[in-house]
Structure formats: C-alpha cells, structure tokens
Design a binder for this molecule. Structure first.
Ligand SMILES: [Zn+2]
Ligand SMILES: [Zn+2]
Length: 102
C-alpha cells in the first residue's frame, strides 16, 4: 500500500481513499469495504513490516455509545480497534457482529 500526501489505495477493493474524513484525524481504513492494512506498529507511524490486509471482524461499543471497528490482520492475526469515520459504509458496519470480548 502506498502512503502519500492525500490518499491511499484500498488493499482489498482497490478504490482510492482520501485520508480526509469527518470524525477522525487518522483514517486508516477504507470507507467502501472497511478493510485496513497492517502498516502501523503504533497508530500513525507506518512502521510495520507486515503490510497484511486487515479485515473488519466486528464492532464494539464504548461506554459512551461510540461504535468502534475491530480489524484483524489476515497475515499475522493482530487485532486493532479503529474509530468509525463519518463516511464509512453504514450498511456494512450495521452487518458486523457486536463483539463482547473487549
Ligand atoms: Zn476497500
Ligand atoms: Zn499483520
């Protein structure tokens, strides 16, 4: 995945995704299919050597009611939590299972 100034190409659906989104300063997943890529060791550092596709495996609700996406890397199985962005596909988010284990 190429990281450049304003956009990246989705690892899963190949759509071009703008890094600008409402509700988040650090968009790291595709609003069309919700996939992400394992590029960070710590959020935003882009230092991971993995580069595996991260599939949306479910969602959790924070105590304040905010929805949080849960991604799992398809290469190394690492799990990440990500804020939902304002223009993410709500239909897809709705279909995700609510996870209880966090
Ligand atoms: Zn995508
Ligand atoms: Zn990984």
């Amino acid at each position: 995945m190429q990281i450049n100034t304003g956009s990246f190409k989705c690892i899963n659906c190949s759509k071009t995704v703008s890094l600008q989104a409402w509700g988040t300063k650090n968009r790291n997943h595709c609003p069309f299919c919700l996939y992400s890529a394992h590029v960070d060791v710590r959020i935003g550092d882009r230092k991971s050597a993995c580069r595996g596709p991260m599939a949306p495996i479910g969602k959790i609700y924070k105590p304040d009611g905010e929805e949080v996406l849960v991604h799992q890397c398809q290469k190394c199985q690492e799990i990440r939590k990500n804020r939902v962005a304002g223009d993410d596909s709500m239909g897809l988010i709705e279909k995700l299972n609510v996870l209880e284990f966090f």
